[in-house]
Design a protein around this ligand. Structure first.
Ligand SMILES: Nc1ncnc2c1ncn2[C@@H]1O[C@H](COP(=O)(O)OP(=O)(O)OP(=O)(O)O)[C@@H](O)[C@H]1O
Ligand SMILES: [Mg+2]
Length: 243
């Protein structure tokens, strides 16, 4: 059986800088966390999977199909959706318009604008933004923007949802709300790969964690194992975390 996702020997160079160095892993569902210091290559890994960048070397397979270098909208239509670390909604458009547009352009299967708007409204309710459907995206606070990002990705009905720091900058109560939302998304059958610095969130949500440092996987396993790994403590978590 092919893996849901397989990243095989992926390298990504920016000029002389190797942002990813021979990264390989397989993923067969559930909630996978990706952690590591700033600049470790986490977002670059997402970009190489979702077609924003073509890997300099290596391949990416989705359900056995080679998707290396496919354009982002094609990857999305195949069933991999992602959020952006810096939310980038169309600020002048409303929440409903933003999510409807995501359905029309990113989703699998063509639908009418009316049907797209209905599906968008359903997802907006699901993420808890129903009171904001008619307001401009630019007037949302950071927490609402994170939820809008999730809605725009979810409305494409992905098999794999990739989240890039959706809990950063939020209050502890908001973080807990996001953890619950992500777990609910996963219970409904969507697989989640989640990049996060907020340990309170990722250590609770993820079943498995991959740790990147300087473009390399330095540790991998269940959260409790990774949190105790001396290499991870040294590179990222620090002694205070363990204490
Ligand atoms: N488009 C680009 N051009 C040049 N260098 C880049 C580009 N994108 C990323 N990099 C570099 O690649 C390295 C990895 O960056 P990346 O954004 O993937 O890190 P990250 O793990 O997501 O960090 P953070 O936790 O701060 O978001 C960094 O050194 C970064 O400066
Ligand atoms: Mg990043």
């Amino acid at each position: 059986m092919a893996h849901l996702l397989e990243v095989k020997g992926v390298w990504k160079f920016f000029g002389g800088l190797a942002a990813l160095k021979n990264v390989s892993f397989t993923y067969d569902g559930g909630i996978l966390g990706i952690i590591g210091p700033n600049g470790a290559g986490k977002t670059t890994l997402f970009n190489c999977i979702t077609g924003v960048y073509r890997p300099s070397r290596g391949r990416v397979y989705f359900k056995g199909r080679d998707i290396t270098g496919l354009k982002p909208h094609k990857v999305c239509r195949l069933g991999i959706a992602r959020t952006f670390q810096i939310p980038r909604p169309f600020g002048n458009e409303t929440v409903l318009e933003n999510v409807t547009a995501a359905r029309l352009f990113g989703g699998a299967g063509a639908v009418s604008i009316k049907k797209a708007a209905e599906e968008a409204m359903e997802v907006i309710r699901f993420v808890g933004l129903e009171g904001k459907a008619g307001v401009r995206a630019s007037s949302l606070n950071i927490h609402e923007r994170k939820r809008l990002e999730i809605a725009r990705a979810l409305v494409t009905r992905p098999e794999v949802l990739m989240l890039d720091e959706v809990a950063s900058g939020l209050t502890p109560a908001e973080v807990d709300g996001i953890v619950e939302l992500v777990k609910e998304i996963n219970r409904r059958g969507v697989n989640v790969i989640w990049i996060e610095h907020v340990m309170r969130a990722i250590m609770r949500a993820a079943e498995r964690i991959i740790v990147l440092d300087y473009g390399e996987i330095i540790s991998e396993g269940p959260p409790e194992k990774v949190a105790k790994d001396p290499a991870v403590i040294k590179a990222y978590l620090g002694e205070e975390y363990v204490a």
